[in-house]
Design a protein around this ligand. Sequence first.
Ligand SMILES: O=C(O)CCC(=O)C(=O)O
Ligand SMILES: [Fe+2]
Length: 305
Amino acid sequence: MSDLTIRPLGYALGAEVTGIDLRKPLDAALRAEINEIWLRHLVLVFPGQDLSPAEQIAFSRQFGELDRHDFQPRYTHPDHREILLITNRPIDGKPSDTRNTGRNWHTDLTFTTRSAKGALLLCRERPPVGGDTMFANLYLAYETLTPRMRSFIDDMEAIHDVSLVKGIEQRDPEKVAELKRTNPPVAHPLVRLHPETGRKSLLPGQRVRGIVGLSEGESAALLGFLNEHAQSPEFVYRHRWNVHDLVMWDNRCTQHVALPDFDQSQPRLMLRCSLQGEVTGRLIEPARARIDDRETLMQQLAAVA
Ligand SMILES: O=C(O)CCC(=O)C(=O)O
Ligand SMILES: [Fe+2]
């Protein structure tokens, strides 16, 4: 047995893990134990881990292939493409485009066909108050729906759209145009199966434009309900950061939001490694990206009649 101590931080998800120095290599048994704790608590907080970028990368790699952050190459660590800098500190003398990362409820990279498996975020600098991150358990969001609602939505697909990333219009317009061009809307299952636990979870979020096959009105009503439900306080853990917290979340069954509840003149600096996920989405043709607007059609028919 290892010396790990696990302290649950929230009813729905989140656990603090102590009794480990993440700078040291993990053996297979310890790796398996951490993975098992991760699958159980979905968000792990390892406090007091003063890791160098190379150490953070080495630990993160134990849990999957690392992303090289091709979306935001200007904001990666100068010596390590695997580390993304999420900060309000200026970069190359310009406001950082990552200063408002994650400002609406989302699951990472769902605007690509291959949303992330997970992420490991290390706090380097934080404001005196605020700058919290909230995480929600999407297994519970699914399991607490009625059987009737579950079977209604089980085989639906949702359209995820990068242009719904909150605050995207405040970023460098050229980069945003490129981001939109290279990331046309994609459809992901609204209910997904976790590849390791086999449990179903909901995949909602504020970057979802609509549901394939539903009218705009139907989509808006259903998504409004599902989003409100999935953000219920009883499914949420709110993390108040300390410097040297390493937080590791399972992106396959959670969503999160980074709160702008702090004085933006105070520096916040987070270093992120992202674990590559499996392909679960599909590109949809631009014409199909629009929701089938049956409502407009019905109105036109009514006007003719
Ligand atoms: O800055 C944070 O707290 C989290 C930002 C975010 O959404 C992410 O790193 O995926
Ligand atoms: Fe995120």
